[in-house]
Write a protein that binds this ligand. Structure first.
Ligand code: F6R
Length: 248
């Protein structure tokens, strides 16, 4: 697709259609720079009366360990700032792992149980790291991994440092849905924009299916849509024009 705006527009249309298609939808949400224009469009659609989140439920992919929900660098704060504060989504139907939990292993199990109790995720939104990560499943993550505590790569910490103005690096650890957890979503929508994602997209789509590129695991799923702008698609072996839509 032409650019990041076109990707956000198409992705928003997909989320809007999903919200309208069922009485109650469970969304899997991601944070980051790529998602912000998509959320801005969802807020605009809500304000225009085109959609409601009243019966929706959400599960975010990840949160930094040791970062409190009210800390400006947290993904809780990101979600409030970009989506939750401006829509009618019920706060008690939004879920984000608790990075401050004393026992992250129990928190991870609790999170998995909550997703299961909600009947699973209908549509999982994903960005991709320049290193091929999905959620915070860094290279080397097992495809069978579940929600757990992880150590972030230096590059990820550097790339996300902007959310932590007092530090040159984002926190060292996080809690993330696992790759197997992500693959259980009924449908997945991955969006990638910018040249810095080109190598990761090429590895995910054209490279070997391997934990070295966690996003390559998405090829195990039967209903994944990938929307890339031209820059993010620039290293792909084949470029089927306006967007890429492949089945595993
Ligand atoms: C965020 C997440 C990450 C991001 C990825 C891309 O919740 O899980 O996988 O989607 O790091 O981030 P941006 O869009 O900031 O480049």
């Amino acid at each position: 697709m032409r650019d990041a705006d076109a990707v956000a527009e198409r992705a928003a249309a997909r989320v809007i259609a999903t919200l309208r298609s069922a009485e109650a939808t469970t969304l899997g949400l991601a944070t980051g720079t790529t998602m912000a224009p998509l959320y801005a469009r969802l807020v605009a659609a809500y304000r225009a009366g085109e959609i409601s989140f009243r019966t929706a439920c959400s599960f975010n992919l990840d949160e930094y360990a040791g970062v409190a929900p009210d800390s400006p660098g947290s993904f809780h704060a990101y979600m409030r700032k970009h989506l939750f504060a401006f829509t009618d989504i019920e706060p008690d139907r939004t879920h984000i792992p608790d990075g401050t939990a004393r026992d992250i292993t129990s928190e991870a199990a609790r999170y998995e149980a909550l997703i299961a109790a909600a009947g699973g995720i209908d549509l999982q939104l994903l960005g991709i790291g320049a290193n091929g990560h999905i959620g915070f499943n860094e290279p080397g993550s097992d495809f069978a991994s579940r929600t757990r505590e992880v150590k972030l790569d230096e590059a990820t910490r550097l790339g996300n440092a902007g959310n932590f103005p007092d530090s040159a690096l984002a926190p060292e650890r996080a809690i993330t849905m696992g790759i197997a957890t992500i693959l259980e979503a009924r449908s997945i929508l991955l969006i990638a924009t910018g040249r810095e994602k080109a190598a990761a997209m090429a590895a995910a789509i054209d490279g070997p299916m391997s934990p070295a590129c966690p996003a390559s695991a998405l090829r195990l799923h039967g209903d994944v849509h990938i929307l890339c702008d031209e820059a993010a698609a620039s290293a792909l072996a084949s470029r089927p024009g306006d967007g890429i839509r492949r089945r595993a």
